[in-house]
Unconditional design. Structure first.
Length: 254
């Protein structure tokens, strides 16, 4: 790694941790996961539908916590345009693809660790609260959920930065990403193309958290590929978003 690249990453790392929005997103995401795990664990004592702790954590990640990760990654880019800080950023690092890479290098390990820790915390809390009710969780199932959630959150964050560079708007980026993750696959399925649904990033990310051969708890069907392929599908979407975002950043003034 060159001195210029190290300097760009160090600068972005400092900016990332020095704003309150980062901490608010991480704390709120944690609270949402723990709250979901607690309520779902309690519900296992009374519901007929038996769930494992890994399925509960997966649900917390998809229904709630992923939106904290989306907000965190989106604001990391778009807040610079809102406050005018992008001008200083580009003066400090005039090679624009380097700015994109530096922000990605900061987000990738943070969101991966965030996803893994949240999945483990959600599974542990759900296991304690449900107190033997519901289904047991195997080591393989727990590992797949934790590693899959970490990988999914990391790639989802980079996808949001790509959209943020292209759109330069927090509202536009949030709406675009959320539509891509949830409503668009539902629309595609309703049009008679359910075989395409597993190849959208949100559903692919879910499939990365589920053991091979087990049904996805959202679509209720097994994935047509192994968990690691789900992350590969997400990586393809992320690469496309970053390529578009980088191209827009290079062509347009700050």
């Amino acid at each position: 790694m060159t001195t210029a690249v190290r300097g760009a990453v160090a600068s972005e790392w400092t900016k990332f941790w020095s704003v309150r929005a980062t901490w608010w997103c991480l704390v709120s995401g944690t609270a949402l996961m723990l709250g979901y795990a607690t309520l779902s664990g309690i519900a296992q004592r009374y519901n007929d539908e038996a769930l494992g702790a890994n399925t509960i954590a997966l649900g917390g990640g998809f229904y709630l916590t992923q939106f904290a990760a989306i907000a965190l990654a989106t604001l990391f880019v778009t807040s610079e345009y809102t406050g005018g800080g992008i001008r200083s950023t580009l003066l400090w690092t005039p090679v624009r693809p380097r700015v994109v890479a530096a922000k990605a290098a900061v987000l990738l390990p943070v969101l991966f660790g965030f996803g893994v820790v949240l999945a483990c915390a959600g599974m542990a809390l759900a296991s304690v609260v449900k107190d033997g009710y519901g289904l047991p969780t195997s080591f393989e199932g727990a590992f797949t959920t934790a590693s899959g959630m970490g990988g999914y959150f990391a790639l989802l964050g980079l996808l949001c930065t790509g959209a943020g560079w292209a759109l330069r708007s927090a509202a536009g980026t949030l709406v675009s990403v959320i539509v891509l993750l949830i409503p668009l696959p539902l629309i595609v399925a309703s049009l008679g193309l359910p075989e395409l649904v597993p190849y959208f990033p949100g559903i692919a990310g879910l499939n990365a958290m589920v053991e091979a051969g087990h049904p996805n708890p959202i679509t209720m069907t097994p994935a047509p590929y192994a968990p690691w392929v789900g992350l590969l599908v997400c990586a393809c979407w992320t690469a496309a978003a970053l390529a578009v975002g980088t191209a827009v950043l290079r062509r347009r003034d700050a």
